[in-house]
Ligand binder design. Structure first.
Ligand SMILES: Cc1cc2nc3c(=O)[nH]c(=O)nc-3n(C[C@H](O)[C@H](O)[C@H](O)COP(=O)(O)OP(=O)(O)OC[C@H]3O[C@@H](n4cnc5c(N)ncnc54)[C@H](O)[C@@H]3O)c2cc1C
Length: 391
């Protein structure tokens, strides 16, 4: 197994890192390190401009085909892209769901007109997307989706409620999993619709989270409309398309995220050295453990890449549960390293430090994109051949 990057990949890494360093110390210096978890509301106008700048310079959606504005980049280059972005302190990406989830879904399942309509606008950073899967009674059990859509003339009309929709309030479009066959149940009769967010039939109610920000919202569809052609795949094929999107969610951006985690660990170590807790025998053990966990994630990402990056490989299966559990405990370490001050906000009414935000937001790591319990069920069934979970 060769875990090294090729000379071409290293050249690609340098070119991208140089571009980022120049932009993030120049016109876009103000967004450097901003807009991450717990800081989503920061500088949204400037971060929209950043999305457009990435697109204009050819540094967005590099895995998309060339004919829609991408670079046809290999999976390895996409991972390098995310690594360097994190290393440079690139801002939280408003375009992440369009680039990482909907874009690859359309490349695989979309019609030619859908690809031509939607992909270039994602590349140019002009249209921001959100994901409408979860409902009050359909989270881990996504097949229980109750939101309905019916065809009326040349439009779908949508009724129902979604919840936990990240970045809904900043999005132009949402991909919504709906039940289009009223007599169906479970994963049959669902469709994957592309729905414009700015319309009277959609009401967005942001949810205030423990970070004090509203990363996600409740979204009510009260007769919301979208054109009949905005269904990805055939009507009734929504489950297959929705599962395709989930596989992309665990793709290149996740493989490259250890560099962002490394930045956080570095900050924790600096605090521990500054305030003397680096001499505490238990804290030292935990910092060393965190570093070991980070090296393991890196090795697992590299061996996933060297095996072609299959979504169903054992390496890919253990990755979500491993990084989520590790990152949540890093959040606890961040608090313990600060000592009692960790529990005091930086300023009134609720201004948090980056390490406090890390702790609070990392509580959700083991829930979104498949909870730990669900991941264990999948590993039991698919990697270890245990019988399906009884219903
Ligand atoms: C920060 C964040 C952002 C999110 N963004 C989005 C988004 O943009 N769009 C979107 O559609 N959704 C989003 N979600 C929702 C996310 O996908 C769901 O929270 C997740 O699927 C879990 O569903 P649930 O919250 O309904 O919990 P439930 O499914 O009700 O689970 C509750 C608990 O029961 C456990 N459990 C459930 N079923 C089983 C089982 N079969 N075996 C063992 N244990 C089980 C779970 O592990 C969990 O601990 C987001 C969530 C978070 C935290």
């Amino acid at each position: 197994m060769d875990l090294r990057f090729s000379p071409e990949d290293e050249a690609f890494r340098r070119e991208w890192a140089d571009w980022l360093a120049a932009e993030l110390s120049g016109r876009f210096a103000m967004v450097r390190g901003r807009g991450g978890p717990g800081d989503e509301h920061a500088l949204t106008g400037e971060r929209r401009a950043w999305e457009r700048r990435l697109g204009e310079a050819g540094w967005s959606c590099i895995g998309f085909p060339r004919e829609v504005g991408g670079r046809d980049a290999t999976l390895t280059q996409q991972v390098i892209y995310y690594e360097e972005y994190a290393r440079a302190g690139g801002p939280g990406r408003l375009g992440h769901i369009g680039e990482g989830l909907l874009g690859p879904t359309l490349v695989h399942f979309g019609s030619e007109p859908q690809k031509r309509r939607f992909l270039p606008a994602i590349v140019r950073g002009e249209e921001i997307w959100c994901q409408g899967y979860s409902e009050p009674n359909a989270g881990s059990d996504l097949a229980n989706v109750q939101t309905r859509a019916r065809l009326e003339g040349d439009e779908w009309v949508i009724e129902g409620q979604k919840v936990w929709t990240s970045w809904a309030q900043w999005s132009d479009w949402c991909f919504v999993v709906c039940r289009t066959d009223p007599s169906s149940s479970r994963h049959h009769g669902l469709s994957y619709l592309l729905v414009p967010m700015q319309q009277p039939g959609i009401e967005i109610r942001p949810i205030v989270q423990i970070t004090g920000t509203s990363e996600f919202s409740e979204v009510f569809y009260n007769g919301a409309r979208t054109a009949a052609e905005n269904v990805v795949g055939a009507p009734g094929d929504g489950w297959k398309v929705a599962m395709g999107t989930l596989a992309f969610e665990r793709g290149a951006s996740t493989l490259g995220q250890q560099f962002a985690f490394a930045n956080e660990l570095r900050e924790i170590i600096e605090v521990a050295k500054r305030n003397g807790r680096a001499r505490d025998p238990l804290i030292r053990q935990r910092i060393a453990d965190a570093w070991i966990g980070l090296q393991l994630q890196r090795c697992n990402a590299l061996r996933t890449l060297s095996g072609g990056g299959s979504q169903l490989s054992r390496e890919a299966m253990i990755s979500k549960i491993f990084w989520a559990t590790w990152h949540r405990s890093l959040g606890k370490l961040a608090m313990d390293v600060q000592g009692p001050e960790a529990e005091i906000a930086r300023a009134a009414p609720y201004e948090l430090t980056p390490l406090q935000r890390l702790f609070l937001f990392s509580r959700s790591d083991t829930i979104y994109a498949g909870s730990n319990q669900i991941q264990r069920n999948l590993i039991a069934q698919r990697a270890l051949g245990l019988p399906r979970e009884p219903r």
